[in-house]
Design a protein around this ligand. Sequence first.
Ligand code: HEC
Ligand code: HEC
Ligand code: HEC
Ligand code: HEC
Ligand code: HEC
Length: 334
Amino acid sequence: MQKVITLIFFFLTLLVSASAGIYQAQKFPLGVDNTQRCLRCHGMHNFTYVDSSKTLVNLTVDSTIFFSSVHGKLQCQSCHPGITEYPHNLLAAGKTTCASECHATKEGKPYDHKTVYETFLHSVHGKSLTGKDPDAPTCLTCHGGSAHVVQPVKKVMKVDEKMALCVSCHSNREMMVKHKVDPNAVSSYERSFHWKAIHYGYDKTAVCENCHTSHSVLPPENPYSTVNTANLEKTCGQTNCHPGAKMNFAMSNANHLEFMVEKKPVLRYEEKFFYVLTDGTLMMLAVGIVLDVQRKFGWIFLIKRLFVWLDRKTDQLGNMIVKVLKFIKKVLVD
Ligand code: HEC
Ligand code: HEC
Ligand code: HEC
Ligand code: HEC
Ligand code: HEC
């Protein structure tokens, strides 16, 4: 009897799983859109497991966010072409990265991020891609936590958000000192007119990436760097910035004033001298105005009158207070 029940149970379980369809072996041939089928499992909330090293692996892809991302029009297999069956052969499928070949086209042409990836790899931040520098940004630091949530940068990001991309690390003094990068990059930029304009609501001036680029940031000594002395005319002279900018203009260091001051300490005294000069001039101007008013209207006479008037008023006030006190005394004590 027990055996019969077990057998019935077994067949029932088989039937339920077969009709659910998800525990069966499945094929996902390339060339048809299998996205909805992938999402039957990966669209589930909390589709997670704990791997052998006891870390939680999250396999959920939030379909609402995915479809509204820049990759939302792609199929899952555009980026995961190695996954063509379930159970997945993950070893054969390999890992997908931003350098992987995209099995997709843009405006009818093959499209991939290989150029961006290569450029970035050779930039000052590129060591993150080879795992050599955990401090440097990866593609996902700036573009969202995963390939499934990337939002269009140009449309969505405001200037201050773009600036925040760089500031998050470059204002971290400890991290910068560790990497021998000048830790005053952000504070010195914040003394510039570019930043002040943005701070007071005008968003058409330069933030970090307009001068340094976002994918090919290089140290200023590097001849390919957009901020290398030889390339500054071109960088400042971008169409929307200062077309026709000449070397003198580009070298004015309106970008990071403090850097130039550090290099030439005499500039610090020059700055102090100009503070004294402007403050002094303003003070002389104020004294001049006071004297002028006195000559025309006789301020001193007016001030005397004011004191006489105040004197009389305080007398009256004093009398009033005495009267009030007398009244209170009368009511409470007498
Ligand atoms: C029947 C449920 C199911 C379906 C349908 C399914 N998957 Fe999976 N997927 C899993 C499970 C479970 C794992 C965890 C690893 C394993 O056991 O294979 C996984 C793992 C993955 C991983 C690898 C995660 C890692 O650790 O690297 C990718 C990528 C993936 N699936 C993509 C897809 C794509 C693309 C499709 C559609 C073509 C798809 N899956 C369809 C259940 C499913
Ligand atoms: C634009 C390319 C792209 C598209 C489209 C894409 N993925 Fe991914 N996916 C990636 C990358 C990159 C990774 C991270 C590396 C890895 O684990 O292979 C990843 C990782 C995963 C993982 C592992 C867990 C994780 O989040 O890291 C799963 C599961 C997965 N993708 C499923 C899907 C499913 C399901 C779809 C379709 C709804 C899809 N992917 C569409 C690029 C993409
Ligand atoms: C330091 C932040 C940062 C990092 C790191 C970064 N990006 Fe970007 N990315 C940006 C910004 C900002 C833009 C918008 C540029 C613009 O408005 O012109 C952008 C634009 C893009 C674009 C669309 C425009 C274009 O140039 O084709 C792609 C594609 C892109 N990034 C891919 C990548 C890839 C791939 C990586 C990693 C190899 C990466 N990004 C690393 C900040 C970053
Ligand atoms: C995730 C942290 C992080 C983000 C985000 C980041 N950086 Fe960096 N940056 C670093 C680190 C770390 C280094 C040092 C790399 C090294 O060791 O060579 C560096 C180096 C640099 C250098 C080279 C300085 C020199 O003289 O060698 C410049 C310039 C620079 N970053 C500009 C930027 C700009 C512009 C952005 C935004 C578009 C940005 N960074 C975003 C971490 C970051
Ligand atoms: C208007 C253009 C411009 C803007 C905006 C700008 N920079 Fe720079 N940056 C430069 C130039 C030019 C240099 C190199 C010359 C110098 O030393 O002043 C430089 C140098 C640097 C250096 C290298 C310092 C060194 O010598 O090691 C870092 C790091 C840096 N900038 C980060 C940033 C960050 C972060 C931002 C945004 C908060 C930013 N920059 C905004 C033009 C700019």
